[in-house]
Design a protein around this ligand. Sequence first.
Ligand SMILES: COc1nc(N)nc2c1ncn2[C@H]1C[C@H](O)[C@@H](COP(=O)(O)OP(=O)(O)OP(=O)(O)O)O1
Length: 173
Amino acid sequence: MAAARVKETLQSATSVKEYTLAFVLRNNEDGAQILLGTKKRGFGLGKLIGFGGKIEPSDASVADAAARELMEEANIVVRGSDMQPVGSLVYTFENQPQVMHMHVFVATAFEGEPAESDEMRPEWFQCDAIPYDDMWADERFWLPALLEGKTVVGQFDFAQDEVTIVASKFDIA
Ligand SMILES: COc1nc(N)nc2c1ncn2[C@H]1C[C@H](O)[C@@H](COP(=O)(O)OP(=O)(O)OP(=O)(O)O)O1
């Protein structure tokens, strides 16, 4: 089971960094849409991604950390209580001791109009036309399931190029 692999990786890693990743969904006259952002700086520059980042010691909870990142990166308000936990994913990178542990959320209730920040340029996409080629390589394997209301637990091991997935193990439920 993927959960066992995740547990083993987290327990044996010399360093684990905790992250959030949140996807905001809406329904309008065009159908189901997802909010993604183009990363304007740093890790993942130029990629289309969900919204998130490192969990800070000042965050009251992981869900609050996800809500804070949505405010900072997309200028929208989502209450921590409206953050639905939908996944736990671990990422390793060849020749790097640090492991990323990502807590994945979906939110359907939000306030405000998404607006560009220093870090991200938000944009709505049709859920049936997500440009996976512009996203992290792992997302095509599990995001469609999340959009169907499922959850994901797993691990993706990336090569040094941060593009090639050399191994993966994940369960969708
Ligand atoms: C490595 O593969 C990844 N796959 C996916 N699906 N998403 C990823 C991957 N690597 C990073 N992300 C997402 C997860 C987070 O939401 C962001 C984190 O990126 P970022 O580098 O922006 O985080 P920080 O800038 O360190 O965090 P702060 O915003 O707190 O400064 O990308």
